[in-house]
Design a binder for this molecule. Structure first.
Ligand code: ARG
Length: 258
């Protein structure tokens, strides 16, 4: 395990260096410009599915409770399943039915506000090195903190290019105030309280990564929520700020059922 982490780190750092140069010449690249990883590197990551199709990412909070984005829940909860413990979105691991979802009551669409939901599974997952829980961040990460986003979403913005293997990209956190001053300001798109951003030249989450984890210092700091396109210069990825919702999550986890 320590060796594989070292290798991952080297790969991530080298991809950062290469992409830092590319960023100036291409406006949208490809998780866009991540690398593939085995699920054991991000064992909290799950795929939320409808009739065998991946629709969103999510994270394991405990053996029966999950967190994702509210905008992933266009269907009744009982039509959803969660695949945990697999590197591949279409096969392997544990596939378990969802029985109940608790959406944030303040959730609104486009642009998403309070984009957060808890899910309760029908039965407990078997936790292992491939399917494990992650703790919620207590504080919003500082500007510039290194964070990892993972998912099975598009790796090219404008194509239906979904990956079979899980991907990860290393990003840098951008605080809400700084993010609001990005090109989102020109488009009059508001980065409201409860949102936080992350970016790194040419790398981003993309469609299909929604609901998935953004992790810094071993804690869940963000939930993939929205962005204008993917990996476009001046338009960071926007995430639900997990620390901001920590009390909501803890309270609602208790009342979700067991
Ligand atoms: N809303 C998208 C989804 O449903 C995720 C978008 C994230 N976009 C970004 N550029 N970071 O999958």
């Amino acid at each position: 395990m320590p060796i594989s982490w070292a290798l991952l780190f080297i790969q991530l750092l080298s991809s950062t260096a290469v992409l830092g140069v590319r960023q100036t010449t291409q406006s949208h690249l490809r998780i866009v410009n991540g690398i593939t990883i085995p699920i054991s590197f991000a064992p909290w990551q799950v795929s939320i599915q409808v009739m065998g199709n991946h629709i969103c990412g999510g994270s394991i909070l405990n053996a029966k409770k999950f967190i994702t984005a509210a905008h992933c829940l266009n269907l009744p909860a009982h039509q959803l399943q969660v695949r945990a413990g697999s590197t591949f979105r279409n096969t392997g691991g544990q596939l378990v039915n969802v029985v109940y979802a608790k959406k944030h009551s303040g959730y609104v669409g486009s642009p998403y506000k309070h984009d957060i939901t808890l899910l309760l599974l029908k039965r407990k997952l078997n936790l292992s090195y491939k399917a494990n829980k992650i703790d919620l961040a207590s504080n919003s990460p500082y500007d510039g903190t290194t964070a990892f986003v993972s998912g099975w979403g598009r790796y090219v913005e404008d194509k239906n290019a979904f990956t079979i293997d899980l991907r990860i990209a290393v990003l840098s956190m951008i605080d809400r105030g700084t993010c609001q001053k990005s090109k989102y300001a020109e488009r009059k798109m508001k980065i409201t309280k409860g949102m936080i951003c992350a970016a790194s030249g040419g790398k981003d989450a993309c469609q299909g990564d929604s609901g998935g984890p953004l992790v810094a210092n071993g804690k869940l700091v963000g939930i993939v929520s929205w962005g204008l396109g993917c990996a476009k210069r001046g338009f960071p990825g926007v995430y639900t700020d997990v620390a901001y919702y920590r009390d909501w999550v803890l309270k609602n986890m208790d009342t979700l059922g067991s």
